[in-house]
Design a protein around this ligand. Structure first.
Ligand code: SF4
Ligand code: SF4
Ligand code: SF4
Length: 210
């Protein structure tokens, strides 16, 4: 009798363990699928071809849908800088390096009619000094956005779109965005450029849309 009970309780314990094991595997898979990652911080990053493969990405939350900007609809109205609930907007300028001409005279970087093509603050479009440029070889320069200085004003994006090839564009950084149910920028956006996208594809980089 006691052998029967021992065997029965042993089988019951095994069954429970198997169910718990399966449940945690399924939960693990679901959570992995919903993980959102922030863009790579590497200066040479071309906007991330694969978040899951890149060792520089950072997991930031577990959501199903998140807010993002369709760069083909954004007209750089300036409201991304002023309407976010965060003190410094979660919207940042990002750079599709594969589309960039590495121009010496970058209109995302220099004011139209700049006195000199150097790093003087008075020559730059960016009001916060968030764009850094690095000499590559004559006449090419690489432009890099320092996310912590960018307020999402879109001035550089407008310059790049008006006179250049549009490699600079705005994106919601999922490292920072708290994913408000009703995004106050989305409500103010004049072109419905703010959209909900699946959390496992949380960015709309221009080079991926082209
Ligand atoms: S509010 Fe809309 S149109 Fe204006 S900068 Fe933001 S995404 Fe672009
Ligand atoms: S969802 Fe909230 S935190 Fe994110 S961009 Fe919109 S207002 Fe800012
Ligand atoms: S000009 Fe505006 S959007 Fe562009 S990097 Fe500077 S702060 Fe960011």
């Amino acid at each position: 009798m006691s052998i029967f009970f021992n065997r029965r309780s042993f089988l019951r314990t095994c069954g429970r363990s198997a169910i718990l094991g399966c449940a945690s595997i399924i939960a693990g898979i679901l959570l992995t699928r919903r993980q959102i990652h922030a863009p790579c911080e590497k200066q040479s990053c071309s906007g991330c071809i694969s978040y899951r493969k890149c060792k520089h990405t950072r997991k930031v939350s577990n959501e199903t849908f998140v807010w993002q900007i369709n760069p083909n609809k954004c007209v750089q109205c300036g409201q991304c800088a002023t309407h976010c609930v965060l003190n410094l907007s979660a919207v940042k300028c990002v750079h599709s390096y594969s589309m960039c001409g590495y121009c010496k005279l970058c209109f995302g970087y220099f004011q139209p009619g700049a006195n000199a093509l150097n790093e003087g603050a008075e020559n730059q479009v960016c009001p916060t000094g968030a764009i850094k440029r690095k000499f590559i070889e004559d006449p090419y320069f690489e432009y890099h956005i320092e996310e912590e200085l960018c307020n999402g004003c879109g001035k550089c994006v407008k310059g790049c779109n008006t006179f250049g090839n549009g490699s600079l564009h705005l994106q919601v950084s999922h490292d920072l965005c708290v994913n408000c149910n009703e995004c106050s920028i989305a409500k103010a956006c004049p072109t419905n450029a703010f959209v909900r996208v699946p959390a496992d594809k949380p960015y709309m980089f221009k080079h991926e849309l082209a």
